[in-house]
Design a protein around this ligand. Structure first.
Ligand SMILES: [Zn+2]
Length: 270
């Protein structure tokens, strides 16, 4: 009897062209739970795929931009690349001895590495933080009062090495402990020691413009901090390759050093 009923029901169902699950059958009762479980698994797989995809995209960006992966000996320590950073540090330590002994070849090598470092710092580093800011046409002077340039921008005989090298910024008279101001609003991309520059600060003002403040005796900003135009960021000093207290002020447009004076001309008033 039972068998016959089931048989006839099934036949009806199939003949209508649709498959209608039989509510009387026990195995169909667990189906909604199975369905939920399958849904859960699918969500987890999707989330994992999304996370993996995002991570791979991030890594490809980092590799393409080279802002975190140390590509030279002079790269800062990176938590993402501790081994290569340690290797870089070890080699850096080895060259520091020669630099400290003021070996001209070692110093030129160090300056070349630093230039490469600042090129990265002033273009690709933390682009997302400043990408919304417009490139400023004018900058405010990094020091109060009239500016006195002791060493102009361009080729000169390096005061420490004694070789003809390009001066990538301008040197301004600044007694020890003079307050140094941000030339324009932006985000601090680097704060810390770089051999030739001593204690220095790099501020990104936009996608295209950045400024560097060198030989500082004290800094009071940290990486990632937003600073406003004219904000006090540190004190002048004589750290790094320096013969006496002064401020080395450098401006880079798309990583290339440019003469800062024309950018300051109208704001400083001469
Ligand atoms: Zn200088």
């Amino acid at each position: 009897m039972d068998m016959n009923q089931k048989q006839s029901k099934k036949a009806d169902t199939y003949s209508s062209g649709f498959y209608v699950p039989d509510a009387q059958q026990k195995q169909h009762r667990s189906s909604p739970r199975m369905h939920r479980r399958r849904k859960g698994c699918l969500t987890i797989v999707l989330v994992l795929a999304l996370a993996t995809g995002s991570w791979m995209w991030y890594r490809s960006q980092v590799t393409a931009h080279g802002d975190i992966t140390p590509s030279s000996l002079n790269a800062p320590f990176s938590i993402l690349h501790p081994i290569s950073s340690l290797e870089a540090r070890r080699t850096e330590q080895a060259t520091w001895g020669a630099v400290e002994a003021q070996n001209p070849t070692a110093m030129v090598h160090e300056l070349t590495l630093e230039d490469a470092f600042f090129r990265r710092m002033t273009t690709k580093a933390r682009q997302w933080q400043v990408v919304a800011l417009a490139t400023p046409k004018q900058l405010t002077a990094p020091l109060d009062g009239d500016l006195e340039v002791t060493s102009p921008f361009g080729p000169r005989e390096h005061p420490v090495i004694g070789q003809e090298l390009d001066h990538l910024g301008i040197d301004l008279v600044a007694p020890l402990g003079t307050s140094v101001k941000a030339a324009e609003r932006g985000v601090v991309a680097w704060e810390g020691r770089k051999w030739g520059y001593g204690n220095c600060i790099v501020i990104r003002h936009s996608t295209h413009l950045a400024s560097i403040y060198g030989h500082l005796s004290h800094t009071n900003v940290h990486v990632g901090q937003s600073v406003s135009k004219g904000e006090a960021i540190g004190l002048s000093g004589s750290t790094g390759f320096s013969t006496g207290p002064h401020l080395h002020f450098e401006v880079r447009r798309d990583s290339t050093p440019v003469n800062p004076l024309p950018l300051l001309a109208s704001s400083s008033g001469g």
